[in-house]
Structures are given as structure tokens and as C-alpha cells.
Design a protein around this ligand. Structure first.
Ligand code: ADP
Ligand code: MG
Length: 341
């Protein structure tokens, strides 16, 4: 059993103005895939490195399974890590690169061969085992880094932006493959990315971080549809959630919305062009294929609307926006926190 329990982890770097992680608590169930997501500098790597044992916390604890590993060395934690800069060794062939962790653990040769063959099969590297990294594409090198991490069969797999060096198409392909592979090996996985789409697509749960803290953790669709904080609605989704100030009483009946003091959030896909609702003027029309994104100026501010792909509208058209009442979310404009509805 490799459940991870992170409790109140605090880490400050000398000279830093604020804590890199500030009282972070998170549990990852045995075999679960949790993604830490947030903007650059929010503390994701620091948190992952503390779980790996590469960074020492100033306070708090980390348990893996039933062991307190807070002060154990990385080798004694049963973790394996894939780094952002996939540090594979240029002077070693693919086979030796994959076997590296096993060699370090003095695994018998027959066992090494068997496990390397398995990992190579899983990552489709069978035909490349005798090549050097310089003879591989970026995507293939990334596969080697992942193979090297999974071959040691650790209970916990830690990955820090493992896809960020790949170009967009390869990243998309490898994302789905990685999800399949991690499911097959069944490791408890903590994965870091700043890419919200990657986080949503990979994680059983996502934990959204900001300024060293976890703002919200939950399954991807719940976090997307019910942001606990304005920040989460902003950070997850493309385009970000729309926000505007309105009068609380009028929110239940969007046709009679008035400017007011409550912050209302609504996603672009929950606004449609209709005959009754908020009047506006189309500013920009952006076809994306699957849908067409409209930027509409209204008395509540500029709203993004996800319209059907074949929508017939052009800049300067007058339109009426109908907001799905069930999809409106309310936030405190001062604190940004979601209000109970
Ligand atoms: P992320 O991975 O989310 O981009 P990091 O965990 O790398 O964020 O960084 C969190 C904060 O800690 C940032 O403000 C960063 O500048 C700071 N930081 C990270 N590593 C160090 C370090 N070795 N020394 C000083 N400050 C650091
Ligand atoms: Mg980082």
C-alpha cells in the first residue's frame, strides 16, 4: 500500500519573501493519480521534491504507506521521479539508461533484463534499446526517462512537468499514452504541471495551487464546474470563467440581471445567443472548429461566449446573451471565495 499523506508542509528558502509551500496538506490514495497544477512559482516543484526527499521541509510531515518518511533519504522512500529536464545520460545506450536505477539497487542481471524488456514494451522502445540518446527524437527521449522511472517498480511515481519539452502534438499524444501506462502499472502518482488542460485530462483528482497553498482539490469536473475560489475559475479552462458584478437577488432570474455587488462567474459554454437576456455587441468572432468563440461587450463587461461552430454573426452585430441559470456561480468580490448557493 502506497498512500501518500502530506500534512501541513512548510518550506521557506532563505532570502525568499514568502514561503515556497505554506501549510500544504494533501492525501493521495493508493493507486490514485493526483495532479498538482498552478502558475509558475506557486510551489509545485518544491512540494514534489519534498515528497521525493530531495528537499527538507521546515515543518509538517510526509507519510508513504504506514511509514513516516519525512526525514528519510530518497533511496529509502520507495519513490521514483521523472524530472522536467529529462536527465538521461548521453553516453549510455537506451538499455543502460533504463536499467540505471536497477543497477544502483544491485538487481541481479536476469531480473534487470526482464524488467527493462517489460518497460521497453510498455513505452514502445523495443527497437531503440541499442541507440544513444543523440540518436532519438525528443519524444523518444522522454519515453526513456519515463521507462527509467517505472522500471524500478516503486510504489510512488513522482513526475515534474514530464511533457513540457515536447511540441504540442507530441504532448497531446504522449499525454493519453502516459495515462494508460500509469493505469497499467498502478503506481500512486503525484504529477506536476502548469498546464490546466493537461491537469484535467490526466488526474483522477487535481489540486490547484497558488502562492504556496492548495486552493482546491477534487475531481477535474467538480473543480472546473464548482471553483472554490475565483482564482480556480480563472486558472482552469480556456477561455477562463467570465466574471461580472451583479445584484444577488437577480441572479436566480438571469433575464433580469442588474449590476450589483456579488461577483458572478459563468463559463463561456453556459452562455448562448438567444432572444431574451443581456444585450451586447459582438467584438470578435474566433472559429476554432469544434465551436466558435465570441467576445461580446455588455453593460456587465466583456463576456466570452462559446457558440456553435456555424454561428452566423459578425463584429458589430447586436446580440442577446442567455446565461444558463444553473451554471451561475457566486463569489465574494473581496475575498474571491465561492459563496454557498
Ligand atoms: P513551481 O514549480 O510551481 O514553478 P517552485 O516550487 O519551483 O514553483 O518555486 C516556489 C517558490 O520558491 C518560487 O518563489 C521560487 O522562486 C522559490 N524557489 C524555488 N527553489 C528555490 C531555491 N532553490 N532557492 C530559493 N528560492 C527557490
Ligand atoms: Mg516547477
Amino acid at each position: 500500500m502506497s498512500r501518500i499523506v502530506i500534512s501541513s508542509l512548510v518550506k521557506s528558502y532563505p532570502s525568499a519573501q514568502r514561503r515556497a509551500t505554506d501549510d500544504v496538506s494533501l492525501e493521495v490514495a493508493d493507486g490514485e493519480f493526483v495532479v498538482l497544477v498552478g502558475p509558475s512559482g506557486c510551489g509545485k516543484t518544491t512540494l514534489l521534491r519534498m515528497v521525493a526527499g530531495l528537499e527538507r521541509p521546515d515543518g509538517g510531515s510526509i507519510h508513504i504507506g504506514d511509514r513516516d518518511v519525512t526525514s528519510l533519504s530518497p533511496q529509502r522512500r520507495d519513490v521514483s521521479m521523472v524530472f522536467q529536464s529529462y536527465a538521461i545520460f548521453p553516453h549510455m545506450r537506451v538499455r543502460q539508461n533504463i536499467a540505471f536505477g536497477l543497477a544502483m539497487r544491485k538487481t541481479p542481471a536476469a531480473e534487470v533484463n526482464r524488467r527493462v524488456a517489460e518497460a521497453a514494451e510498455l513505452l514502445q522502445l523495443n527497437d531503440l534499446l541499442d541507440r544513444f540518446p543523440s540518436q532519438l527524437s525528443g519524444g523518444q527521449r522522454q519515453r526513456v526517462a519515463v521507462a527509467r522511472a517505472i522500471v524500478v517498480d516503486a510504489g510512488v511515481l513522482l513526475m515534474d512537468e514530464p511533457l513540457s519539452n515536447l511540441d504540442a502534438l507530441l504532448r497531446l499524444q504522449f499525454r493519453a499514452e502516459l495515462k494508460k501506462i500509469v493505469r497499467q502499472i498502478g503506481a500512486t502518482t503525484l504529477y506536476v504541471t502548469h498546464d490546466q488542460a493537461e491537469a484535467m485530462s490526466l488526474g483522477d483528482r487535481v489540486a490547484v495551487m497558488r502562492d504556496g497553498r492548495i486552493v482546491q482539490a477534487g475531481d477535474p469536473l467538480t473543480v472546473y464546474n464548482y471553483p472554490a475560489h475565483r482564482f480556480v475559475g480563472d486558472f482552469l479552462g480556456a477561455p477562463p470563467m467570465n466574471f461580472f458584478l451583479a445584484e444577488p437577488g437577480a441572479v436566480g432570474a438571469p433575464d433580469s440581471l442588474k449590476l450589483g455587488k456579488v461577483l458572478v462567474g459563468v463559463r463561456a459554454e453556459n452562455i448562448a445567443l438567444g432572444t431574451e437576456g443581456i444585450p451586447g455587441t459582438v467584438e470578435v468572432v474566433e472559429p476554432t472548429g469544434a465551436s466558435t468563440l465570441l467576445t461580446v461587450a455588455t453593460s456587465f463587461g466583456t463576456l466570452k461566449v462559446q457558440a456553435p461552430p456555424a454561428v452566423q454573426t459578425a463584429p458589430d452585430d447586436r446580440v442577446t446573451l442567455r446565461l444558463d441559470p444553473a451554471a451561475l456561480r457566486l463569489f465574494d468580490p473581496e475575498t474571491g471565495l465561492a459563496l454557498a448557493t
